[in-house]
Each structure stands twice: as structure tokens, then as C-alpha cells.
Design a protein around this ligand. Structure first.
Ligand code: 13P
Ligand code: ZN
Length: 260
């Protein structure tokens, strides 16, 4: 099996173990265009064409693995090709076809995933994977508007433990509540990624993360959620956590050569 799809299956198992993937919660897409040989690429469609709902010119000739809509991460972990599918973007860049292995309709969040891949290719980014998941503690933060203000959560989360800034150097972008699966949510997600975030919070819903591969996207979310857990554990002990000082954070940035 394609290496990137094996990695998706591994990450899907972690999402379930973490309690971030109730029922069919969350979805993953990976751009596998470079991993498919010519034979695979020329396979006839087994279903489609289906409309994406958007025209995405940079996706011409691209292939993706996508989790199936309504499918469980815990099932995908065991059987990735029965709970997800390989899709080919049609030449009009507005439709896709399913080419393998089975007719599994892709995730309802396909507009967000594919628009983000389109944006990443247009920018010349090496990122190939996008992850949407429901991390409990990060979602809990978004139930208060103070945490939705730009970079409020980023600053607190970075200050909980030094590794957060080192391994999630762009912090956590914020998108106000919008209907799951909508084109508006896709547009707002791209705008936030363009504002230089790899991990975007969807208010009262979940996160959307991008990185070179799915393991790295998962790691960024895991690091941020760990910081949220430390914040909440401190509050549960009865104190407002001190957080690392601005000087300590600046020292981290310098030592790790971080962008902000
Ligand atoms: P899908 O089962 O369609 O991927 O939806 C899950 C989800 O988390 C929607 O936001
Ligand atoms: Zn969701």
C-alpha cells in the first residue's frame, strides 16, 4: 500500500485513542499525486464525476486519498481502502472521480480540504496533508469568546511548556463558527492559513491542520492540545498558570530560529 495511506491509517488510530474521533468525527486528505505510477493514474473511474462545488485550477491532474464521509477513524485505522478512496480531479478542476479501491464517497469537508490543497500548490508549498479532528480541550477553549480573539490562545498555549512554540511555531489561527462542510468555512480556513498558521481552530467544532505529511499535521495538533491540557490541569489545581515569561519565549524563538 502507498506509504502515505499507511501513515493515514496509523494517525487515524491515534485520533480514536485520543478521543478526538467520536463516531465519524474528523477527516483526512493527502495529496498522493507523486506516489502513484502511470498505470494507477490512468485507471478508469469506478464512480463519478461528482461536483466539488468549487473550481480549483491548481488541482488539475492531482490525486488524493480522502476519508469517506460517515466513516469511522477507528475503522479506517484497520481498513483504509474500505473507509476512504483515491480520487482524481477532472480536467475541468470542478469535478472529481473515484478511481480506487471501492466506491466510498469522500468526506463532507472535501470543499475545505481541496481548497486548501489548491492554495498550497499555488503557493509552491511542500505540504501534502490536511487533517480535521475534534480535540477535546482545544474545542473547549473556543466556547468562550476571549479565546477566539487573534493570538490569545496562541500566546497562552506557547507559554505552557517550551516545546509548544518550538513544534507549533505558527500558533493557532481562529475561525468563527460556520456550517461544517460549507464553502464559507473553506474560504475562512484558507484566509487563516494565509495569515501564516498551520493549525486553524474552527469555533465549537475542531481544528484543521496542514503539514508535509499527516503525521506532522497530527503532531502539531497534539502539541497544542497538550498545552491546553496543562492549562486546564493548572486551573483544576486552583491556580491561574503563570506561563513562561515573554523573555523565556523570546529566548526559545532565538534558540530554535522560529518565525515569530
Ligand atoms: P465526514 O464523516 O463527512 O468526514 O464528517 C466528519 C466531520 O468531522 C465533519 O466536520
Ligand atoms: Zn468535524
Amino acid at each position: 500500500m502507498i506509504k502515505q495511506i499507511q501513515q493515514v491509517a496509523e494517525v487515524a488510530g491515534y485520533l480514536w485513542q485520543k478521543g478526538w474521533a467520536e463516531r465519524n468525527g474528523g477527516n483526512i486528505t493527502v495529496n498522493i499525486t507523486d506516489e502513484l505510477d502511470a498505470d494507477m493514474k490512468s485507471r478508469p473511474a469506478i464512480a463519478g464525476p461528482f461536483a466539488i462545488g468549487l473550481t480549483l485550477p491548481y488541482l488539475k491532474g492531482c490525486f488524493f486519498y480522502a476519508k469517506g464521509t460517515g466513516r469511522r477513524m477507528r475503522d479506517l485505522a484497520r481498513e483504509p481502502m474500505q473507509n476512504g478512496a483515491i480520487i482524481r480531479i477532472c480536467d475541468d478542476c470542478a469535478h472529481y472521480e473515484i478511481i480506487a479501491d471501492e466506491v466510498v464517497m469522500p468526506t463532507s469537508e472535501l470543499p475545505s480540504h481541496l481548497s486548501v490543497h489548491n492554495y498550497l500548490i499555488a503557493k509552491g508549498s511542500p505540504y501534502k496533508a490536511s487533517l480535521h479532528t475534534h480535540p477535546i480541550e482545544l474545542v473547549a477553549l473556543t466556547h468562550s469568546q476571549k479565546w477566539m480573539e487573534k493570538d490569545v490562545a496562541t500566546k497562552v498555549l506557547w507559554s505552557m511548556i517550551p516545546e509548544t512554540k518550538a513544534f507549533c511555531p505558527r500558533g493557532l489561527g481562529m475561525v468563527p463558527y460556520m456550517l461544517p462542510g460549507s464553502v464559507e468555512l473553506a474560504d475562512a480556513t484558507i484566509k487563516t492559513i494565509d495569515d501564516n498558521y498551520d493549525v486553524v481552530m474552527w469555533e465549537k467544532h475542531g481544528v484543521f491542520a496542514v503539514d508535509v505529511d499527516i503525521m506532522s499535521a497530527f503532531d502539531q495538533v497534539d502539541v497544542l492540545n497538550k498545552a491546553a491540557l496543562i492549562y486546564i490541569a493548572s486551573r483544576a489545581l486552583g491556580h491561574e498558570p503563570e506561563g513562561m515569561s515573554d523573555e523565556q519565549l523570546a529566548e526559545m524563538s532565538k534558540a530554535f530560529n522560529l518565525p515569530k
